[in-house]
Structures are given as C-alpha cells and as structure tokens.
Write a protein that binds this ligand. Structure first.
Ligand code: SF4
Ligand code: MG
Length: 333
C-alpha cells in the first residue's frame, strides 16, 4: 500500500547574508494513512520549517525548497504552483498552529472565517455554509455554536480559539492535518481536552496527523510513530513503544533522560548540555550532534551518518550503528 505522504531527500534552505543554508537537510520519511506521527526535537531542529515546507507556507523572501520531493497521494507538492497549492491547502492538507490568535482574523466573525474555507473549496450557498459552520463548531465540542458563530476571536478563550482553528482545519475533511505545538500555549487541563479532541477527530475522519511537539508526554499519549529531528536532519524514526523502550540514537536517549520526573517542575527539553548548532555554523560533514554527544568518536566529524534501517521499522542515523555508514548508490548530503 502506498503511504499518504512520502518526503524524499527534502532540503529547505534559508538565505542568510546572501548565502543559502539548509534548515531541513536531506530529510526522508513516510506517513501512512490514519496514523499519528510525532516530530520531536528542541527548538531550532527544523520541525516547523519541515511542516511549512509540506504545506507550502515557507516565507518566500528568504527560503526555498532546494531539493527533494513531497509526494502526497502521488502528487509532488514541492513542484506545484502557488495556485495549485492553494487548492491543496485546507482541502487535502491542513495545519494548526501554537497560537490560534495569530492565524484567526481578529476583525472577522468565527462564522465568516469558517464559511470562507468552505467556499474556497466547495460550491456551497451562504445559508448552507452557515449551517455547516455551526455543525463543525459543534463537532469540535463548542457548546452553543449558534451563538459562537457570530462572535469574534477575542471573545473566546484560548482553548475555544484552538477548537475553532481545528474546526477550520477539518472543514473540508483533509486526509492530513499538521499540528505544530497545538497545545503549548494552553493550560494543562485545556491541553488534555484539545489532545483528546484531535485523537477523536483523527479516528472519525480517518485522517493522519503530523504532531510537532517538544513534549514527549504528548508523544506517548497520542502518537503511533515518532520522528526525532536534530539540526535539520532525521536522526531516528520508529514506533512509539520502541522509541521509549529501545531508543538507539544518543540524542533520543538524551531527550528521554531530560523528561522531568514526577516530583519536579515541568522543564523544557533543552536541558541537554550544549545547544543546537546555528544554521550558519553547521559543519559541512559529519554528525551534527557531535559536540554534545557522550559517545562521539573521531569518525563522527569525518563521516555523515545516513538514516538507515537498524532493524525492522527502526531507522537510525548514528555511526555507532553499521547501517548508518554511507553506502554506494545512496544519496548522501
Ligand atoms: Fe554521537 Fe557519533 Fe552517533 Fe553522532 S554519529 S550521535 S557523534 S556517536
Ligand atoms: Mg517550532
């Protein structure tokens, strides 16, 4: 069976002082139908750039897809025109962001913004769009949708706004939803409700979700598979149980070690010693984790580890594993 989405050798680069640097570097993965796949890593690891590449929302002035393919249901999204991509976005692939206030228009009613998506992708009357908007609001757990439909974003709580964003994102029943830190800005109880809602919608609508998060608790709760990114590259990709019980990559292990214990205050993931190298200081060859890795060897600065299958369904890019050494006929970056 063909995957819903297949990203092949993707490179997304940013122009900094006249030079192009890869924020996403030779990334490949598949997303199967009806799966929730987490993408984890510290900030600056390329998670958001990767998702903006998939949905065609990269800032045009200073970024571009410089190599690779993004194949969604047989169509390479990376080569679509803006016009063609506008037809895909919102209909086949949707995205929700961390702060719904920035993606909702403050001067338009909730109903107007929902109807707009419906009108963009379907031939539907004003009255029908209003009816459907109310039904959609109801389906994302908003009580009194007949009232909310005429309200403005600022009249709603953060959790309600995120529900509205989800309603807009699923209005045309996309097969893929990208959720970029969808609960980070919300308080803990609301977070749990939004995650439950996403899971419920995923099952009802038979969609796949790419869940971008720095929170391994969210991964454990929600995901079937996990992709771990470091400095623009995928370093590990496996199912969620294997990730927690048999992690291979030293970066993944460090992330797991940084999960706060139950009796500690919640902390961000960047408790691993050192920082992600900045785009302009990325080493041309070798492993990008080398300066922070407890297992670093001499060859880690000379050979770029390749993401390869270490065992069935478990891909790793680390020179501690033979499979990660470059092989002939395989594209290296
Ligand atoms: Fe550490 Fe080397 Fe593996 Fe990179 S390739 S994670 S430096 S052991
Ligand atoms: Mg981000």
């Amino acid at each position: 069976k063909t995957p819903l989405l297949e990203v092949r050798n993707l490179e997304t680069s940013f122009s900094i002082n006249g030079k192009w640097h890869n924020a996403v570097d030779n990334v490949s993965f598949k997303i199967n139908r009806k799966k929730i796949v987490g993408i984890v890593g510290e900030s600056g690891c390329g998670k958001s750039v990767l998702s903006l590449s998939v949905i065609g929302l990269l800032p045009k002035l200073n970024s571009r897809i410089s190599n690779g393919e993004i194949v969604f249901e047989g169509k390479n999204l990376a080569e679509l025109s803006d016009n063609e991509m506008n037809k895909v976005r919102g209909k086949d692939v949707s995205m929700i962001f961390q702060e719904p206030m920035t993606s909702l228009n403050p001067v338009l009613t909730i109903g107007y913004q929902l109807s707009e998506v419906l009108h963009n992708h379907r031939n539907i009357s004003k009255a029908e769009a209003r009816e459907e908007s109310i039904a959609l609001l109801k389906s994302v757990g908003i009580s009194r949708p007949e009232k909310i439909v005429d309200e403005y974003p600022h009249q709603l709580s953060g959790g309600m706004r995120q529900r509205v964003m989800i309603a807009i994102a699923i209005a045309c029943q996309p097969k893929l939803l990208i959720a970029d830190e969808p609960t980070t800005a919300l308080d803990v109880t609301v977070q749990a409700q939004i995650l439950d809602l996403l899971k419920e919608i995923q099952e009802i609508n038979d969609m796949s979700i790419i869940m971008i998060t720095h929170d391994l608790g969210v991964v454990a709760e929600m995901c079937d598979e996990v992709i771990v990114m470091y400095a623009g590259r995928v370093v590990e990709h496996t199912d969620v149980d294997t990730l927690f019980y048999d992690p291979k990559h030293p970066y993944t292990k460090a992330l797991l070690d940084s999960i706060p214990k139950l009796d500690e205050e919640a902390v961000e993931l960047n408790t691993i010693k050192g920082i992600v190298p900045s785009l302009v200081n990325m080493p041309a060859v070798g492993c990008r984790f080398v300066d922070r890795c407890a297992h670093a060897m001499k060859e880690c600065r000379e050979i770029t580890p390749q993401l390869a299958s270490e065992s069935e369904g478990h891909d790793v890019a680390c020179l501690l594993y033979k499979s990660s050494f470059p092989r002939e006929g395989v594209k290296t970056s």
